[in-house]
Design a protein around this ligand. Structure first.
Ligand SMILES: NC(=O)c1ccc[n+]([C@@H]2O[C@H](COP(=O)([O-])OP(=O)(O)OC[C@H]3O[C@@H](n4cnc5c(N)ncnc54)[C@H](O)[C@@H]3O)[C@@H](O)[C@H]2O)c1
Length: 355
């Protein structure tokens, strides 16, 4: 049966690994049609279009725009360094934009994107995809309601294993992993790739960071720290010692070296009235809380949180209703600012204050 929802015609820019998740998620939303796949590798774009029943493919966003094909929105799933140029071109053409994370390669670039998005007056969102886990939405609401009292101590981590595990393929032979290890290819390392998620994940419920002391490290992993065209210089571990604007202290860390944890996010938030504990390997729809009298016996209660709309659904809803949704480009830029401070802190060997 045809959907009564306002039709939204979407082009997918960048048809590599992650684009498959975008295509499946958008195709499942009633009234959304995927009208074009775009990739600088035309064969990849064509194969992707066939796989997802997308009628047309193009070698660039410029070629798509020049074709005159009608569409409303783009989802930008290109590698990190192309997020800004591709999004800016789409915004200039008046298209709504969902952009992959990190929003940009640095805060200044992110601010240019924010400015262009506001000037275009379209929907702009960044795909901090762990917002799709209902648990984090429930945690944010609980913290806002004051369930934990005043926040004191936050512990957040994002652990991956692909430098020691072949579960996601051999990184030495996979371009999608190799560009992530090379700053020359626009990567900001583990911090820019997944640290960006855990900074969003921690600050969404706990509020902004006012100071950060960060250490970054790229461990040796190939002779001469290079494989073919890829210098392997981007950080693969990051440890952040942070102060939140509300006064709480915290540690946030990430690594690609943690065998046994393919993709684990964890978050512990301790306050004057209790503690919330989240572990994605336990559940992504539930968290544990120890509060009130239960703190005396260390008794934990599990809170199941009803499903939340995904970023893909929020993006389409915002296009249809005209009401902005989170996480938007402004939010992406705020997180980018923390990342910039991390690089500055690591380079200077001292804490950096964020005003
Ligand atoms: N939100 C998440 O959880 C999540 C998960 C994985 C990846 N990502 C993000 O998605 C993006 C893509 O990652 P991936 O793993 O799919 O990478 P990938 O290398 O598999 O795919 C990127 C594709 O973009 C194409 N491309 C490069 N420049 C382009 C341009 N200017 N125009 C059109 N196409 C272009 C490449 O040819 C490639 O096919 C990255 O920014 C990554 O950080 C996000």
């Amino acid at each position: 049966m045809a959907s009564k929802a306002k039709p939204v015609r979407l082009a997918i820019i960048g048809t590599g690994g992650m684009a498959n998740s975008h295509a499946s998620a958008f195709a499942a939303i009633p009234g959304v049609s995927l009208v074009a796949g775009v990739d600088v590798d035309p064969a990849r774009a064509a194969a992707f279009a066939t796989k997802h029943s997308i009628p047309q493919s193009f070698p660039s966003l410029e070629a798509l725009l020049a074709s005159g094909l009608a569409f409303d929105a783009v989802t930008n799933v290109t590698p990190d360094r192309f997020h800004a140029p591709v999004s800016l071109a789409a915004l200039k053409a008046g298209k709504h934009v969902l952009c992959e994370k990190p929003l940009a390669v640095d805060h200044a670039e992110a601010l240019r994107m924010v400015k262009a998005a506001h000037a275009a007056g379209v929907v702009h969102m960044v795909n901090f995809s762990y917002r799709n886990w209902s648990a984090i939405q429930g945690i944010a609401r609980a913290v806002e309601r004051g369930v934990l009292g005043e926040l004191r101590h936050i512990e957040a981590s994002y652990l991956q294993a692909w430098l020691v595990s072949n579960a996601w393929g051999d990184w030495r032979k996979t371009p999608a992993w190799l560009w992530r290890l090379s700053s020359q290819h626009g990567s900001k390392g583990a911090l820019g790739d997944v640290g960006v998620h855990i900074v969003d994940f921690a600050t969404f419920p706990c509020g902004p960071i006012s100071e950060v002391f960060c250490r970054l490290k790229a461990f040796p992993k190939a002779p001469g720290d290079r494989l073919g065209e890829y210098p392997l210089d981007a950080n693969d571990s990051a440890v952040l010692n942070v102060v939140f604007a509300n006064g709480a202290l915290g540690t946030i860390h990430t690594t690609r070296w943690c065998g046994g944890h393919a993709n684990r996010l964890s978050l512990k938030i301790a306050g004057t009235k209790g503690t919330i504990d989240f572990d994605s390997e336990r559940s992504t729809t539930a968290y544990r809380v120890c509060k009130g009298q239960a703190v005396h016996t260390a008794a934990w209660e599990t809170v199941e949180v009803k499903p939340t709309p995904s970023n893909y659904e929020r993006f389409i809803r915002a296009i249809r209703t005209g009401k902005p949704e989170q996480p938007d480009f402004d939010r992406g830029a705020q997180v980018q600012r923390v990342l910039d401070a991390c690089f500055a802190s690591d380079a200077a060997g001292k804490p950096i204050r964020l005003s």
